[in-house]
Design a protein around this ligand. Structure first.
Ligand code: S3P
Length: 438
């Protein structure tokens, strides 16, 4: 099998202004809510990445007509909350944890059986965290012995609302339980240990579904309502912008403007952490687009210093740590991250894989059970493994801006799960990046 690798030449300056692709979390939800709504949902700015295409294909397999994506435009012909049809075979969700956790909640409430599966990474990730609360609601879902996919979901169960304190701060689990709550009798109440991204809550409200936010951490939904189609404008993904926020911060002479970026306060931990490290990031033209805060971000190079990352910011920057570790490697002094054990169960073990890659590049980085300690220093060139993790691949590509030699990054095909066109955009911005199939 051919493998896609990146070769990033050392040095470079990032300049210009553009829009990175659409937000992955919002794109998934737009398809799911659009499918379950009454009426036609028109989406613009949709992320045309493999993860979101997996969600589209799964809903098509359940009888939903979806036009596009065509240059970010999608039309979802909603079938209503009870209009999905039994798929002919297992639903393959590829690399996408969001699709699997959220769809488990939806499918637990259907009259038909379904099977959810995915690639090697996804079928190794923990799923009991979603099947357990759904079982408490009355769902019947079988996992593999290690609590992993494939998930066999037995439909036709009567779901009852539960009062569920989430053991981990996870928007995917919160969302999966709330989606099951659409099909449950009575109220489903979810309380999170710390605030996580609230796109599900915002979109439910946008689609006209009653929802009660009892506090910053507790949300309640009752079954029996309906969703009404709305237009959705997906902002650019702050998780994709993050590579350029870090890249411009570490590369002397850089000055970038990233347009129309989603700056929902449950997602802006990366800006706060970089600013604590000394970054120069301006949030310009803040506005509200379809219930989601959006802004343009201007970032200029600035000398960074190491920090102890506040644990409260961890869920608000959960996908941005691989990029932030590159910022820490280029910072003066030590950066310490704790309270981030979740990073070990992402598309790869992001603590270990980043520590290994940084060590290869001459940086003293030590993995701990729930975080990492990184001593800023001089990055050398070298060969690193991304372990098929899109965000690891893009982070090491950006690291080349400050490396003394070329960086080879193996196994980069999954970059297209979240950021199609990354290499082109990075080159356009000023990174000397080649893609090579071996
Ligand atoms: C997501 C939630 C996060 C995040 C993932 C997308 C979502 O996962 O890492 O990329 O869209 O709800 P967890 O809920 O597992 O933290």
């Amino acid at each position: 099998m051919t493998e896609l690798n990146f070769l990033a030449a050392p040095g470079g300056v990032l300049r210009g202004q553009w829009r990175v692709p659409g937000d992955k979390s919002i794109s998934h939800r737009a398809i799911m809510f659009g499918a379950l709504a009454d009426g036609i949902t028109t989406i613009t700015g949709f992320l045309d990445g493999e993860d979101c295409l997996a969600t589209i294909n799964a809903f098509r397999a359940m009888g939903v007509v979806i036009d596009g994506p065509d240059q970010g435009r999608v039309r979802v012909h909603g079938v209503g909350l009870h209009g999905l049809q039994a798929p002919a075979g297992p639903l393959d969700l590829g690399n996408s944890g969001t699709s699997m956790r959220l769809m488990s909640g939806i499918l637990a409430g259907q009259a038909f059986d379904s099977v959810l599966t995915g690639d090697t990474s996804l079928t190794g990730r923990p799923m009991r965290r979603i099947t357990e609360p759904l079982s408490l609601m009355g769902a019947r879902i079988a996992t593999g012995q290690r609590g992993t996919a494939p998930l066999q979901i037995h439909g036709g169960q009567r779901l009852i609302g539960i009062d569920y304190p989430l053991p981990v701060a996870s928007a995917q689990i919160k969302s999966g339980v709330l989606l099951a709550g659409l099909y449950a009798e009575g109220a489903t109440r979810v309380t999170e240990p710390a605030p996580t991204r609230d796109h599900t809550e915002r979109m439910l409200e946008g689609f006209g579904y009653p929802l009660r936010r009892e506090s910053e951490r507790t949300v309640v939904i009752s079954g029996g309502g309906r969703l009404t189609a709305i237009p959705i404008d997906v902002p650019a993904d702050i998780s994709s912008a993050a590579f350029f926020l870090v890249g411009a911060s570490i590369a002397p002479g850089s000055d970038l403007r990233l347009e129309h970026v989603g700056v929902n306060p449950t997602r802006t931990g990366v800006i706060e952490i970089l600013r604590l490290m000394g970054a120069d990031i301006e949030v310009q033209n803040p506005r509200l687009v379809g219930g989601e805060p959006v802004a343009d971000l201007r970032v200029r190079h600035a000398p960074l210093h190491g920090i102890r990352i506040p644990e409260a910011l961890v869920p608000l920057a959960i996908d941005e740590f691989p990029a932030l570790f590159i910022a820490a490697a280029c910072a003066e002094g030590v950066t310490v991250l704790t309270g981030a054990a979740e990073l070990r169960v992402k598309e790869s073990d992001r603590i270990q894989v980043m520590a290994d890659g940084l060590n290869t590049l001459g940086i003293a980085a030590g993995a701990t059970t729930d975080g990492i300690v990184i001593q800023g220093g001089a990055l050398s060139g070298g060969t690193v493994a991304s372990h098929g993790d899109h965000r690891i691949a893009m982070s090491f590509a950006i690291a080349a801006l400050r490396a003394s030699g070329p960086i080879w990054i193996h196994d980069c095909a999954n970059v297209s799960t979240s950021f199609p066109g990354f290499a082109d955009l990075a080159r356009h911005a000023g990174l000397d990046l080649r893609e090579e199939a071996t």
